[in-house]
Design a protein around this ligand. Structure first.
Ligand SMILES: [Zn+2]
Length: 71
């Protein structure tokens, strides 16, 4: 019996906001390259509020939810 079910069934990564708390927008913007550090801040495309970090976004992408975003 292994108990190695990590956190692979979360609806959203803790910290990263799929929908902006301020304007309810889905669009995000970030000025970074593909190999940017995971600590890069990602902002709301509509109001500029912080939505989380690139690392958190990658966690979402890895779970197949990146199509939610209109980049
Ligand atoms: Zn916003």
């Amino acid at each position: 019996m292994t108990n190695s079910k990590a956190s692979q069934h979360t609806t959203a990564a803790p910290g990263f906001k799929i929908v902006c708390e301020i304007c309810d927008g889905l669009g995000i913007v970030f000025d970074c390259a593909e190999d940017a550090p995971a600590t890069t801040q990602i902002r709301c495309r509509h109001c500029g509020a912080s939505r989380g970090t690139l690392g958190e976004l990658r966690d979402l992408s890895a779970s197949g939810q990146h199509d939610l975003f209109e980049i």
